[in-house]
Design a protein around this ligand. Structure first.
Ligand code: NAI
Length: 484
């Protein structure tokens, strides 16, 4: 027998200890070749004054084992505490969030009765989710949406590779690139670029709003969905609810080195200690973990036993329905039922079958990125954002007119709408004005910008920020104001 694989385990808070005990009992009964190392994270650590919720010793274990099975934890109310999940994802570079959303109808009530089996692969590190926010004027706050080529390439390639590994047929990209042409435009463009390397897979793209609506109504039409962080967050909850219960979903957070597996739900303090929690979400996450550590047979064994238990109608309270279910059980009873069915397979639901090549990667390295040669980058102008309490773009253009020099005022926008020249807008103008300065389409110098800012500063203007306007390899890298 091979050496057992060390894995880091956190029992978590609320129902965490109950469902983790259940899951480890099932894994032990299935003879999973693992050696759990228990760490303490979460509420207890937060309340000791550690605002990250994770002590150094726990980091040491995770970084050594590179595999982390985590029960839900409670984030204490009140400010000052950082989300442990966000800290984990960022610190360990867990860039991919993988969430299978499957309907078990007719054994579990679901809005999808036609065989929903969707895997949502969500970028986990960037986008609006980075929470880079600033107040800039009395009336305007901003949140920065940063999307990077490495971020897009890594998640999109991961999605295509996942599709191949699991015998999937189609990868769908969700973005909003009709509006956000730079950020979502990059995501979509890279989807097309990388997709071309996978001719055997069907590809499609939907604008996120109509895509999400289709996912809610016709989930069986989707297979793998890849999307950016915030959209992924929203659609994975929609998809999980369509399957019937958030309590049934497990997820993996995968990085180049480390992976973390957990249930999708939280610590359910309302039912903690009652012994009635459904361990299925964490068990399905643990099955993903077994695949990750290449214990394919055990993963298959446990998954089929679980499917059979669901089919046999042995259900915990959260999924129990009169007429559909056969026996209402608690955590312990459900655990026993799964263990008793090890070796059985489902009769109606699709059997699980894991095999070498899944969860591990032979011909590509997860998270790899090769930097491209630098583009020819030319500076064409600057957007100077002013905090100004006047009323109209016309009025601002007048007060700014003495300060034109090499850089000339081209347009003024307010919340992205062009308000000078030739303003058509009837929308309200806030105290946040983006003034675009260029020298026709000539290349300018940074000194030109510094000189302009100096003049504006001397004249008493409140410059809250600037955005340089660049051309990359002959293509403008900035948006126009609405109406420009
Ligand atoms: P929750 O997911 O814990 O609970 C929502 C509802 O679902 C509750 O009625 C609960 O009883 C039920 N439920 C959840 N899991 C269940 C299960 N396995 N079996 C049966 N019923 C289940 O969400 P809530 O109440 O918003 O959050 C509670 C705590 O969990 C908070 O402190 C929150 O910060 C934390 N949380 C932690 C997460 C994590 O560690 N990954 C994720 C989400 C929330």
């Amino acid at each position: 027998m091979k050496q057992p694989v060390p894995i880091t385990v956190a029992y978590g808070d609320g129902i965490g200890p109950e469902i983790m005990t259940a899951v480890l009992q099932i894994l032990e009964a299935a003879r999973a070749n693992i050696q759990p190392e228990v760490i303490e994270v979460g509420e207890k650590i937060y309340l000791q004054g550690n605002t990250s919720g994770i002590p150094d010793a726990a980091w040491e274990s995770i970084k050594r084992t590179d595999v982390f099975l985590k029960a839900p934890i409670s984030t204490p109310q009140g400010g000052g505490y950082k989300s442990l999940n966000v800290t984990m994802r960022k610190t360990l570079g867990l860039f991919a969030n993988v969430r299978p959303c499957i309907s078990y109808y007719p054994f579990i009530e679901s809005k999808s009765q036609e065989g929903m089996d969707v895997v949502i692969i969500r970028e986990n590190e960037e986008d609006l989710y980075a929470g880079i926010e600033h107040q800039q004027t009395d009336e305007v706050v901003q949140s920065l949406k940063l999307i990077s080529r490495p971020g897009c390439e890594r998640i999109i390639r991961y999605a295509f590779e996942y599709a191949l590994q699991y015998g999937r047929k189609k990868v769908t990209c969700f973005s909003k690139d009709n509006i956000m042409k730079q950020t979502d435009g990059l995501f979509h463009k890279i989807f097309d670029e990388i997709g071309a390397e996978y001719p055997q897979l069907e590809k499609e793209h939907w604008i996120i709003d109509i895509g999400a609506a289709k996912l809610a109504v016709n989930p069986e039409k989707f297979d793998i969905i890849v999307t950016s962080n915030l959209y992924g967050d929203i659609i994975s909850d929609i998809a999980a609810l369509v399957t019937g219960s958030v309590g049934l979903a497990g997820s993996a957070n995968v990085g180049g080195q480390t992976a973390m597996f957990e249930a999708v739900h939280g610590s359910a303090p309302d039912i903690a200690g009652k012994g009635i929690a459904n361990p299925s979400g964490l068990l399905l996450a643990a099955i993903q973990m077994l695949v990750h550590i290449k214990q394919y047979e055990t993963a298959t064994l446990v998954h089929n036993a679980w499917l059979r238990t669901i089919e046999d109608g042995i259900h915990t309270g959260d999924i129990y329905r009169e007429g559909t279910s056969k026996q209402r059980t608690n955590t312990e009873g459900f655990t026993r039922a799964v263990i008793e069915r090890l070796g059985d397979t489902p009769k109606t639901l699709k059997k699980a079958h894991y095999q070498p090549g899944q969860g591990s990667h032979t011909h590509y390295t997860v998270g790899q990125y090769t930097r491209r040669p630098a583009a020819k980058k030319e500076l064409l102008g600057v957007d100077v954002v002013l905090h100004w309490r006047g009323e109209t773009g016309e009025g601002l253009a007048q007060v700014l007119s003495p300060y034109n020099d090499t850089l000339k005022l081209k347009t003024i926008s307010n919340r992205g709408v062009k308000v000078y020249p030739d303003s058509q807008t009837e929308s309200y103008c806030t105290d946040h004005w983006a003034v675009r300065y260029m020298n026709n389409n000539e290349v300018i110098s940074h000194q030109d910008i510094i000189d302009l800012l100096q003049r504006l500063y001397n004249a008493g203007f409140d410059v809250v920020k600037t955005e340089n306007l660049y051309r990359f390899d002959g293509k403008n890298g900035f948006s126009l104001g609405q109406g420009e």
